[in-house]
Design a protein around this ligand. Structure first.
Ligand code: UT7
Length: 338
């Protein structure tokens, strides 16, 4: 047997987040609105989840439209023209169509005609999966820049008669522009991804794909909607986000004391509190906006990042920790020096 030498991986240059943006549809649906639709109460939703209201996209307003508006804000902040964008990744589980990718519609809407565009389906972890991919591909010089977007129109995939799920989700989009980092800039210090397909059944949209196409026979059974074993998912979410947070901090060569702000996935305030209890992080150093938007899956961390940035919670040189968890099961984390 002859020894073979594996080609060495190309050196990555550091990359940074050069701009962020977000977009939330205008229509607000409050917990009181839901009381009129299903057997629930503002008291139950608030105490069990922390959610007070969520946004609902208008008829004719699709995931791509939300994504494009968030992307425009991120491009403007980054000072990048849409026709200079080289890569567009949309993280979503609620695409406009099964094919083509929602990113293709976004490419057209932005007029980013040179850009390669595709979607990532990693549920609530999708934006951080896109961030990790962009870090590697822009860092390796394959693309000069990347526009990463988390966008969801979950209202189109929720059974509005099922109180177990319909109170939890909302629509929205968040985006970030990734550029090479030059000396003195901030940079992505670490990113970690994980998947456990053995738990796929805990949270899914069972029909509407090749395993269970929608037919005349099953069309009324409401199977092309989100189904979740909430308590089980809750336990996995706490454990996975705790582990992913610790791994990202270690990989960045930092301690929790170095972290200015934790931006966790916005699914349930009790999940966030459980993570905070298990990590060396103060509650006031955690960004929370789920009261306003509910769980927007792949968009949640992206929207929170943009709001934290634009409201002055993140400043030059701050180190922030992002962590997410979702269907798959998937989880992801990243440490960023701003
Ligand atoms: O984003 C991806 C990751 N997703 C998550 O991380 C979500 C994880 N799971 C959760 O956040 C929580 O499990 C839920 C918020 C989904 C549910 O909270 P829970 O405390 O785990 O409640 P449960 O499912 O154990 O239900 C408790 C009770 C049940 O009644 P019984 O069986 O005790 O009589 C439910 O039927 O609450 C009832 N219930 C409701 N009552 C009023 C469930 N939904 C509602 C509702 N309003 N909307």
């Amino acid at each position: 047997m002859t020894d073979s030498v594996a080609p060495s991986a190309p050196a990555l240059v550091p990359v940074k987040i050069a701009g962020t943006g977000s977009y939330l549809p205008e229509r607000i649906m409050t917990n009181h609105d839901l009381e009129a639709m299903v057997d629930t109460s503002d008291e139950w939703i608030t105490t069990r989840t922390g959610i007070k209201e969520r946004r609902i996209a208008a008829e004719g307003e699709y995931t791509s439209h939300l994504a494009t508006k968030a992307a425009e804000a991120a491009l403007e902040q980054a000072g990048l023209n849409s026709d200079d964008v080289e890569l567009i990744i949309v993280a979503t589980i609620t695409p406009d169509t099964l094919t083509p990718a929602t990113a293709c519609y976004v490419q057209q809407q932005l007029g980013s005609l040179k850009a390669v565009a595709f979607d990532i389906s990693a549920a609530c972890s999708g934006f951080l999966y896109a961030l990790d991919y962009a870090k590697h591909t822009v860092g390796a010089g394959a693309f000069k820049n990347a526009l990463i977007i988390g966008a969801e129109k979950l209202s189109a995939f929720v059974d509005w008669n099922d109180r177990n799920t319909c109170v939890l989700f909302g629509d929205g989009a968040g985006a970030a522009v990734i550029l090479p980092s030059v000396s003195g800039d901030g940079k992505i210090l670490s990113s970690q991804l994980g998947t456990d397909g053995a738990q796929a059944e805990l949270l899914n949209i069972p029909c509407g794909g090749s395993a269970c196409p929608i037919t005349l026979e099953n069309a009324n059974e409401k199977t092309a909607v989100l189904a979740m074993q909430g308590r089980e998912v809750f336990k996995h979410a706490v454990n996975a986000m705790k582990r992913a947070s610790i791994e990202a901090i270690k990989a960045a060569g930092l301690t929790f004391q170095d972290i200015k702000l934790l931006i966790p996935h916005q699914a349930n305030l009790r999940i966030i509190d459980a993570i905070v209890e298990r990590l060396e992080i103060r509650r006031e150093d955690v960004f929370i906006n789920l009261d306003k938007y509910g769980n927007t899956s792949a968009a949640a961390v992206a929207i929170a990042l943009d709001e934290a940035h634009r409201s002055g919670r993140i400043n030059r040189g701050d180190k922030i920790l992002l962590v997410a968890f979702g269907a798959g099961l998937t989880w992801a984390s990243a440490v960023i020096e701003w």
